[in-house]
Design a protein around this ligand. Structure first.
Ligand code: ATP
Length: 364
């Protein structure tokens, strides 16, 4: 039955290195889909900074509608520093998608593969495998277009935490811990990161976390202040399992996670809501290396693997989880082998050479 299922994937090629890393990702997904006996129908949709420069629109209504109707959305990178809106801000349809589709759970795995370059010296760093969940629709970003600079004297921004989104966010975190626990045979744990000792909004956030934890008695639940947790991410990142936090804290901590992984080029992400999900690498459009054929596509490949995993859960289709594992194993093998690596990983290979190495790994 399932083998006839066609999964419709909306693709946003984006700006800068976006199209360069999307092209091999599509090839990889086509290859994997044949191996696991599933079909993908890709729909490339216009959006982004260059599209804005040409048309005055950053995310056309038709692209939005097609993305909403797709089974999943795969996005490379969007935005260019030189192309900005009248108020000086960058074009960021990826953020618009999060709000329009209610993608409250920003999933940012922090995982190290053997041989990966990391600035941390402790050998236990290679045991690091936790998932940071960044709330992605509210927090300090909830009123992001309404901040005010008053009379050149002071500025204000508003941080918003709602019960409804927080409950969904925490339930998502506990369900993820439960799935990871079953998969890895380890006890599950969720840590809430906040600043509940100073801000009422974070006390509220933490109290909802503690309420929801009661519905998942088999998963350990604890909380930590964001400043202490930032230090622990550097000192003992291998101790965490699932970590859940507010939007702005998550924005910062996810880049710290990428720092531990040694490069943004290995950091995948997912933004998940009740009915839609966007998968994209954590890095931006890297205009400094665009067009040179040297971009690292691995974060994009790992984002595509996360997409297959999510589709597998959503549609109870184990073949897609198998496809996700094929990609992850091939990326891990490429890193461990370390003969074909891009410049950010310490090698001198180009995008096409490392993409071919991963394809060979899938076939192995
Ligand atoms: P954004 O604000 O859109 O997230 P950014 O300003 O943080 O973007 P990036 O575009 O992510 O910046 O680039 C940061 C640095 O990392 C640049 O030097 C870029 O070349 C490098 N970089 C980012 N992605 C990759 C990649 N996939 N492969 C190699 N280098 C990359």
């Amino acid at each position: 039955m399932k083998s006839n299922r066609v999964y419709r994937i909306a693709l946003f090629d984006g700006d800068g290195i976006g199209p360069e890393i999307m092209a091999p990702t599509r090839v990889l997904l086509e290859d994997v889909s044949k191996r696991v006996g599933r079909k993908f129908e890709f729909d490339s949709l216009p959006a982004g900074a260059q599209h804005f420069a040409r048309t005055g629109e950053s995310l056309p209504a038709d692209s939005m509608a097609a993305a909403r109707a797709a089974d999943a959305i795969l996005l490379s990178a969007m935005g260019l520093p030189d192309i900005r809106k009248a108020d000086g801000t960058e074009i960021s349809p990826q953020i618009d998608l999060r709000f329009a589709l209610g993608l409250y759970a920003g999933v940012r795995p922090v995982k190290l593969y053997p041989g990966q370059r990391t600035p941390l010296g402790d050998p236990r760093v290679f045991e690091t495998d936790f998932v940071l969940i960044r709330e992605s629709t509210e927090g300090l970003f909830a009123h992001k277009d309404e901040g005010q600079v008053v009379g050149g004297q002071y500025a204000t921004e508003t941080l918003r935490i709602t019960r409804q989104t927080s409950e969904k966010l925490f339930d998502f975190a506990f369900r993820l811990a439960r799935r990871r626990s079953a998969k890895r045979g380890t006890p599950g744990r969720v840590t809430c990161i906040d600043k509940a000792n100073v801000f009422r909004a974070f006390w509220f956030f933490r109290s909802i976390f503690e309420e929801r934890a009661k519905a998942f008695p088999e998963i350990a639940a604890d909380s930590a202040y964001v400043d202490a947790f930032a230090m622990w991410m550097v000192q003992k990142p291998w101790e965490f399992d699932v970590v859940v936090t507010e939007n702005m804290f998550g924005d910062i901590l996810s880049d710290l996670g990428a720092g531990i992984m040694g490069t943004l080029g290995l950091a995948p992400s997912a933004d998940i809501g009740d009915s839609n999900a966007v998968f994209q690498p954590c890095h931006g459009s890297a205009p400094d290396i665009a067009g040179k054929g040297v971009a690292n596509p691995l974060a994009m490949f790992l984002s595509a693997a996360m997409m297959l995993d999510w589709l597998s859960d959503e549609h109870e289709d184990g073949a897609l989880a198998e496809g996700a594992q094929m990609i992850e194993r091939a990326v891990a093998a490429t890193l461990t082998d370390s003969t074909v690596l891009t410049r950010d990983l310490g090698g001198d290979a180009g995008t096409s050479e490392i993409s071919d190495a991963v394809l060979r790994g899938v076939a192995a």
